[in-house]
Design a protein around this ligand. Structure first.
Ligand code: NAP
Ligand code: ZN
Ligand code: ZN
Length: 350
């Protein structure tokens, strides 16, 4: 079906109106009219070719909330009219060990999981198109149930990537009461990291390069704020933290943060800068038996768990709504860390 969208035709071209073709629904498919789509820094990295390997035209967007328009005959768990979400994945092999464990993001098949955009479907589209579009057709397994209030739906959209990408490592590393947790970079991911870590009962320290975000970080739920460019403030935090979630989208020195960890503490990287970070000092790792690790989005079951937790605890993203036509300006502001804290596109503006 012909569907309105916004696409980048090359890494150099701004996003512009474009018409895509959505497949007819199959037995297991859900057709969704998209209401809102969040704007992730990964959309920008991809559309501008910063990570390489991009198939153009590129239609980004993997923080999707919409209403079910049609379901295939084999779909029992979603009904016409339901409010649903789609995150970063639309397919995986569903046979490997990781898929069996509900960790589809680590699918071990040669194709791996299929990204919602710039992904490859098994036996189907060689280039998937994401949520900067009027509608999407997705296999039921990758469709999430949204139980937030109707007036919260725009602010729910960012939970589908920023929410799950911070939730998954916070849970995996046992963040909760009695843990002192640093969140580095108070952008789309980081502000969700602050909200979720606080809701899980941890003591949260927001680490930001932006003095202007100090009060806002406290309002988001941080118990302390450290301006990471101020060596005195950083020094006071040395060996204080159990865990750090680093969401920064640009290469930077990891040593300044590693030294904040206690013995046996861990820093998990979720930010994916286009160029590598300078290598950390090995002494900063061995000295206190610290770990440096990474984490990729989250599985479908844990995404549902996170959405349900957020609905129960009244947690949504803090957003700035934009029209589809404002997307290129939004990207430029995101590079300047000038977003409070996630742009969400109102798809009615498409
Ligand atoms: P974002 O909204 O742009 O936030 C990034 C934040 O990092 C900025 O707001 C800023 O916070 C801080 N920052 C930026 N440049 C910095 C620098 N040079 N030094 C120190 N801090 C800097 O981006 P996002 O959407 O949260 O995404 C963050 C990164 O995660 C991106 O690379 C994205 O591709 C990646 N990502 C990864 C996954 C995954 O599965 N691992 C999933 C989604 C996104 P302050 O102003 O507070 O310093
Ligand atoms: Zn994302
Ligand atoms: Zn698999």
């Amino acid at each position: 079906m012909k569907t309105k969208a916004y696409a980048a035709l090359s890494a150099q071209s701004p996003l512009a109106p474009y018409t895509i073709d959505r497949r007819a629904i199959g037995l297991q498919d859900v057709a969704i009219d998209i209401l809102y789509c969040g704007v992730c820094h990964s959309d920008l990295h991809t559309a501008r070719g910063e990570w390489g390997g991009v198939k153009f035209p590129c239609v980004p967007g993997h923080e999707i909330v919409g209403r079910v328009r049609e379901v295939g005959n084999g779909v029992q768990d979603h009904k016409i009219g339901d409010i649903v979400g789609v995150g970063c994945m639309v397919d995986s092999c569903r046979q490997c060990h990781s898929c069996d464990e509900g960790l589809e993001q680590y699918c071990e098949s040669p194709l791996g999981f299929a990204g919602t955009y710039n992904g490859h479907l098994r036996g189907g589209d060689a280039n998937t198109y994401g949520g900067y579009s009027a509608a999407i057709v997705v296999d039921r397994h990758f469709v999430l149930k949204v139980s937030h209030r109707a007036d919260q739906l725009a602010a729910v959209a960012p939970l589908l990537c920023a929410g799950i990408t911070t939730w998954s490592p916070l849970r995996h590393w046992g963040v909760g009461p009695g843990k002192k947790v640093g969140i580095v970079g108070i952008g789309g991911l980081g502000h969700m990291g602050v909200k979720l870590a606080a809701a899980l009962g941890a003591h949260v320290v927001a680490l930001t390069t932006s003095e202007t975000k100090r009060q806002a970080a406290l309002d988001l739920g941080a118990h302390e704020v450290v301006i990471s460019t101020d060596p005195d403030q950083m020094a006071k935090c040395t060996t204080q933290l159990d865990f750090i979630l680093n969401t920064v989208a640009a290469p930077h020195s990891l040593d300044a943060y590693l030294t904040l960890l206690k013995r046996d503490g861990a820093m998990v990287l979720v930010g994916v800068p286009p160029q590598p970070h300078p290598s950390p000092m090995v002494f900063n790792l061995i000295g206190q038996r610290r770990s440096l690790a990474g984490s990729l989005i989250g599985g479908i079951a844990e995404t549902q768990e996170m959405l349900d937790f957020c609905a129960k605890h009244d947690i949504v993203s803090t957003i700035e709504m934009i029209k589809m036509s404002e997307i290129n300006e939004a990207y430029d502001r995101m590079i300047k860390s000038d977003v409070k804290y996630r742009f969400v596109i109102d798809m009615a503006s498409l």
